[in-house]
Design a protein around this ligand. Structure first.
Ligand code: PLP
Length: 473
């Protein structure tokens, strides 16, 4: 292993590499161009017997690993959703790795627990979430939603499922829309409820949950002897950033005594802008809420902010107290291991703290506004082109469109053309976009919210999209 002096030497070199990489990230093909197994075949079949030099490992990182990386921090990355990083976040991650602390309970690092509590409170103020909520950092929105579903399951069963299993509770039912993220179905399966007990409610023409259809589904299930217990509403669906009507859904939840969880994984960050606070109208009905600073708030993956109305329910659902984890401070402090699934916890609050302090509320607002402005400008241009179709009005950072040459109206044919277009675009290495299907129609999604995306990146991407599309048909 290297010694302290060598560590210092390499760390300095690595930081130079990191700074150069981030400054020149645009020169790499955005989407990795390697073929399946290409990286694997270059890696030795056996682990080294003797330690190798850091220079040799770094050379292989650059020659073997880097070509197999997709560059999520490139401003030409317009796919899926942002997984934004930023300089303050990276610096904090360096410190977190150096401290190497396991922040499972308050005593194993009091600063980690108390900073987490403080930054979660800051997030409430920044986003307009109610002050009565309690926050905890989870690794992902998938995990946070799993916590919500399991807590809801325990509330309805008066903690009997945790105790004796599902003996008395066979027909629990949860509800979400057909546009809800796939993680909800996965969570329902993991929570032992069975995916057939997740009812996917239809959406309206803007892909928002149809509340009337929700209530009809509930009535039908109750008549059939099922036990509804939870609804997951989405603020900012993955496909098209649709915002479910939280107030109406909340009223239904109250009427039927259902847990309301809100998944705002991507769009939650936009709540820093007062003009988007309407998205949480009805938040008073919510039992739990999640959004991901690791998506759009410039904080390295993983950092998911989970908020609950009743922290005692959460803790009662997840706490377990073996002798070796008993501490004297229990009851006076937050032991976050009881607030979720994993015992072990990284010091995730540090990077969020660095980001919020270094950008400030205004810096974050400015970037988010800029990203939304870019998406709206792309949407306007697409809408004006007579051989492109905007699939849904642009609300936040995502533009949903398809190429629709004049005289072509067959959806199957259009699906094939657009799939081909996306493949060509991504093979170019110049941009990376992704797709979904809206109403059965192949839809290209352009997400304009990478940390450093500028007008010129968007302009160049649009030119490329138009040129490539017109060369195909
Ligand atoms: N919910 C929504 C609306 C999302 O867009 C995503 C990711 O795309 C998720 C949940 C899952 O997020 P995570 O990767 O943090 O589990």
């Amino acid at each position: 292993m290297i010694d302290p002096d060598e560590f210092r030497h390499h760390a300095h070199k690595f930081v130079d590499w990191m700074a150069d990489y981030l400054q020149q990230v645009e020169k790499y093909p955005v989407k990795s161009q390697v073929k399946p197994r290409e990286i694997y075949e270059q890696l030795p079949a056996n682990p080294p017997l003797k330690g190798e030099s850091m220079d040799a490992i770094m050379a292989d990182f650059q020659n073997i690993i880097l070509p197999g990386m997709t560059h999520w921090q490139s401003p030409n990355f317009f796919a899926y959703f942002p997984a934004n990083s930023s300089y303050p976040s990276i610096l904090a991650e360096m410190l977190t790795a150096t401290l190497g602390a396991q922040c499972m309970v308050w005593e194993t690092s009091p600063a980690a627990a108390e900073l987490e509590e403080r930054v979660m409170n800051w997030l409430k103020q920044m986003t307009g979430l109610p002050s009565y909520l309690d926050g905890v950092i989870q690794d992902t929105a998938s995990t946070a939603t799993l916590c919500a579903i399991i807590t809801a399951r325990e509330r309805i069963s008066d903690f009997r499922i945790n105790d004796i299993g599902f003996i008395d509770f066979k027909d629990l039912r949860a509800y979400c829309s057909t546009e809800t993220h796939s993680s909800i179905e996965k969570d329902i399966k993991i929570a032992g409820l069975g995916k057939k007990n997740l009812i996917k409610v239809p959406v309206d023409n803007l892909y928002r949950m149809d509340t009337q259809a929700l209530e009809e589904a509930l009535k039908k299930d109750i008549e059939a002897g099922k036990k509804p217990f939870c609804v997951v509403a989405t603020i900012g669906t993955t496909g098209s950033t649709a915002v479910d009507p939280v107030t109406e859904i909340g009223q239904v939840c109250r009427k039927y005594n259902l847990w309301l969880h809100i998944d705002a994984a991507l769009a939650g960050t936009a709540l820093v802008l007062p003009e988007f606070r309407w998205m949480i109208n009805g938040i008073e009905f919510a039992d739990s809420f999640v959004f991901n600073p690791h998506k759009w708030m410039f904080t390295n993956f993983d950092c998911s902010a989970y908020f609950v109305k009743d922290k005692e329910l959460l803790i009662r659902t997840f706490e377990i107290l073996p002798e070796y984890l008993k501490t004297k401070s229990r009851g006076q402090v937050n032991d976050y291991r009881d607030w979720g699934i994993a015992l072990g916890r990284r010091f995730r609050a540090l990077k969020l703290w660095f980001v919020i302090r270094n950008l400030g509320m205004e810096g974050i607002q400015e970037k988010i506004r800029h990203h939304i402005g870019l998406a709206k400008s792309v949407g306007d241009i697409i809408a004006m082109e007579n051989d492109f179709e905007l699939m849904v009005p642009v609300l936040l950072n995502t533009v949903c469109f398809r190429y629709k040459p004049k005289h072509l109206s067959d959806d199957n044919e259009l699906n094939t053309i657009n799939e081909k277009l996306l493949t060509r675009l991504n093979q170019s290495g110049k941009v990376y976009l992704s797709h979904t299907k809206l109403n059965g129609r192949y839809t290209i999604r352009m997400v304009t919210s990478q940390t450093n995306v500028e007008q010129r990146h968007v302009d160049e991407a649009l030119e490329l999209i138009k040129r490539t599309a017109r060369s195909i048909y």
